[in-house]
Design a protein around this ligand. Structure first.
Ligand code: ZN
Length: 144
């Protein structure tokens, strides 16, 4: 059974490779919008085109897929291995890019909040307690 789940997870993650307007991102956007936050998407003037930019709060939100961005210690992240060298190297490249992006954003004075798409938002579930917690934490961080 575990294998079946892994395959499903993997194929789901594969479908997220383009990384723009993914379901997890849309969940975050809808939540923020419903709470009165306004943001811009894929800030083109900023390095790495961040997913969500909240200028008023000086904050960038980076929604990362656990699989592709090798979320550490995560059952959807670095605990999922693949025999494909191409995919493995792609994941490593993504992690390197993430480090550069975060450093650039922080250097430019932005606060950065990372949200892990699969384990923190559980996008495949209709209702997710983890998602509620994640989004409420996000709200609290923005209000700080
Ligand atoms: Zn994760």
């Amino acid at each position: 059974m575990a294998d079946v789940h892994d395959i499903e997870t993997r194929s789901y993650n594969m479908s997220q490779i383009k990384g723009k307007d993914t379901k997890p991102e849309i969940l975050v956007r809808k939540f923020l919008h419903a709470h009165g936050f306004r943001y811009s998407l894929h800030g083109k003037k900023l390095p790495g085109k961040p997913d969500l930019v909240l200028r008023k709060y000086n904050t960038i939100i980076d929604v990362r897929g656990c699989f592709w961005h090798l979320h550490a210690g995560c059952k959807y992240g670095d605990q999922v291995t693949t025999p494909s060298e191409k995919i493995t190297s792609r994941r490593k490249t993504a992690v390197e890019r993430d480090k550069v992006k975060i450093a650039e954003w922080k250097d430019a004075g932005w606060d950065v909040i990372v949200i892990w798409a699969e384990c923190e938002l559980e996008p495949k579930r209709k209702y997710s307690e983890k998602r509620e917690v994640t989004l409420n934490n996000l709200l609290n961080k923005l209000k700080e």
